[in-house]
Design a protein around this ligand. Structure first.
Ligand code: B12
Ligand code: SF4
Length: 475
């Protein structure tokens, strides 16, 4: 069967607003993996990425004329679903249209009800349910009641009612999944280059997700759909995945985008040993880190295995705000973890949230102090956004702390939209703080000197120019 899987088009302007010159498109790991699985089952799959325009995707749909077109999107992409389904229906009238991904998984019935052109909406992990859906629908010759056999979907019955099937099972053993076939996106490594905060990483850079699930409950995060249990690929699988990417794509750096890559020290000890054994420690990599497991010895072990940068979700330099975000960390522990990472030879990158519930001028100053005092190499900020599925999506939860000023989900991108204002602070206060934080952090002489470490890499200079231009253009 011919299948087109699309990451809903999203221009850099829509996603990053005034930081459009600095932001990069995100690889659609989810449909890349689904596409790989379907290809292995004999289907003919094409993929499109968020940086392609709707016209470009429509052109491909017209030419390819697939039997099924699937869309993935997060909350900020949801308002574009209507135009997407209408355009695809015109381009490939016979195609069944389906949707999945984070936002669709939280509201499958509502998404289906408001998008009459959709045949089904998938809820949660779909590596098992999507192939079943294709088997049942056979490209068009099926009765709606047949869809009851497919787990984890919302669909319309013959009578037009919306029905939901039992949840699809989570993949228990992630090692059963195939390696993502990057060739499904022909220019993958050109399209998805290292972000500005990792500008010195050599290309091609591989992008991996080797774990799923989260046991925490940060109040700003909608981590519902992948479950509470952390599931990780085994070290053997991860090493085979890297070997494959090295042989096939000659990768020279790697990004592990999993939330909890470093959380299990035993797994990491085994993995780093294998990286040395297979001579893969020569490939630079970056990952996300949890504060509670970081100490200097651990950082040194990771650094010796090729880890150059760890990203920490710090969120705030104020304990009051960390508590209101249910972050389960202390400011002190955050600072210690950053110091340990740096002492062990790894660069620390911190991401921060501005304008959280409870934020005041004082808490912003605490964050400012933290950022300037901590041994951070790069920072990024986003504005607090009450995302669907998160604790603060509920008005009763945020009302004591602030006001929702924008309900256009297109602005729920966390980078440029400011949908929520804490009591006592205005939009201009938050924007002015962000500007001051970036300026005071990035324009310090010590930051410039730090960049000289990367002088041998010409891509660094291109990026440095891009960062400077981007910050000037962002105002
Ligand atoms: C890793 C990660 C990323 C990675 C990879 C994203 C990805 N698509 O997988 C990167 C770094 C690129 C990323 C970026 C962003 N992320 Co993120 N990310 C996560 C994280 C930590 C884990 C996600 C994960 O493991 N995905 C694994 C894949 C396999 O799962 P999946 O995408 O849901 O896909 C499965 C199903 O949904 C389904 N499916 C998906 N699409 C489709 C389509 C069809 C047709 C079908 C049938 C099925 C289907 O099948 C897939 C395979 O099982 C979560 C938090 C968490 N613990 O869940 C946040 C999270 C998903 N991210 C979030 C956000 C907001 C973002 C950003 C907007 C941040 C920003 N400001 O840039 C960007 C958006 C990028 C983009 N356009 O996709 C939010 C989403 C909230 C929301 N309501 O929108 C989360 C929940 C965190 C949070 N803050 O609440 N993210
Ligand atoms: S932000 Fe918090 S709840 Fe969300 S995935 Fe990360 S640790 Fe889990």
């Amino acid at each position: 069967m011919d299948i087109l899987l699309c990451d809903i088009p999203m221009s850099a302007e829509a996603k990053f607003g005034r930081f459009r010159h600095l932001g990069s498109a995100s690889p659609p790991y989810n449909i890349l993996l689904l596409g790989t699985i379907l290809t292995r089952r004999g289907h003919n799959v094409r993929l499109t990425t968020e940086d392609q325009s709707l016209e470009e995707v429509a052109g491909l749909a017209r030419e390819f004329n697939p039997q099924v077109i699937g869309a993935t999107f997060m909350t900020m992409g949801y308002p574009r679903l209507k135009a997407f389904t209408q355009t695809m229906k015109r381009a490939a009238p016979k195609a069944l249209l389906i949707a999945g991904g984070y936002h669709a998984s939280i509201y499958p019935e509502a998404v289906l009800a408001t998008h009459p052109l959709l045949t089904a909406v998938f809820k949660g992990e779909s590596e098992i349910s999507l192939p079943q859906f294709l088997d049942v629908t056979k490209g068009g010759a099926f009765a709606p009641s047949d869809l009851r056999e497919v787990p984890g979907i919302a669909f319309r019955t013959e009578a037009g009612a919306i029905e939901t099937t039992l949840p699809a099972p989570l993949i228990d053993d992630l090692d059963t999944l195939p390696f993502p076939d990057y060739d499904l996106i022909p220019d993958f490594f050109e399209r998805f280059r290292p972000a500005v905060t990792r500008h010195y990483f050599r290309t091609p850079q591989a992008y991996f997700l080797t774990g799923r699930g989260c046991p925490y409950s940060c109040h700003f995060c909608g981590r519902l759909i992948l479950g509470r249990k952390i599931r990780q690929n085994s070290p053997d699988y991860t090493v085979a995945l890297i070997e494959h990417a090295r042989k096939r794509h000659h990768i020279r750096s790697m990004l592990f985008a999993d939330e909890f890559f470093t959380v299990n020290k035993k797994t990491m000890r085994a993995l780093t040993a294998l990286l040395h054994k297979h001579d893969l420690h020569t490939i630079d990599w970056s990952c996300n880190g949890r504060v509670n497991v970081m100490d200097e010895d651990y950082a040194r072990m990771l650094s010796q295995a090729g880890c150059r940068q760890i990203g920490f979700g710090i969120e705030s330099g104020s304990q009051k705000i960390l508590d209101l975000l249910n972050k389960n960390d202390t400011v002190e522990a955050q600072a210690k973890a950053l110091q340990a990472a740096v002492a062990g030879g790894i660069e620390a990158y911190g991401s921060f949230i501005i304008g959280s519930p409870g934020e005041t001028r004082e808490t912003l100053e605490e964050t400012h102090r933290f950022v300037l005092d901590a041994p951070l190499a790069y920072i990024s900020t986003c504005f607090f956004t009450p995302l669907p599925g998160s604790y603060y999506w509920n008005p009763e939860a945020y009302a004591p702390y602030g006001t929702l000023i924008d309900d256009n989900l297109e602005n729920y991108n966390t980078f440029s939209g400011i949908p929520f204002l804490p009591h006592g602070l205005g939009r201009d206060d938050l924007l002015a703080f962000q500007r001051r934080l970036y300026r005071d952090f990035y324009l310090r002489p010590s930051r410039f000197l730090a960049e000289f470490r990367h002088i041998a890499n010409p891509t660094s200079w291109r990026y440095a120019i891009r960062i400077a231009q981007g910050l000037v253009l962002a105002g």
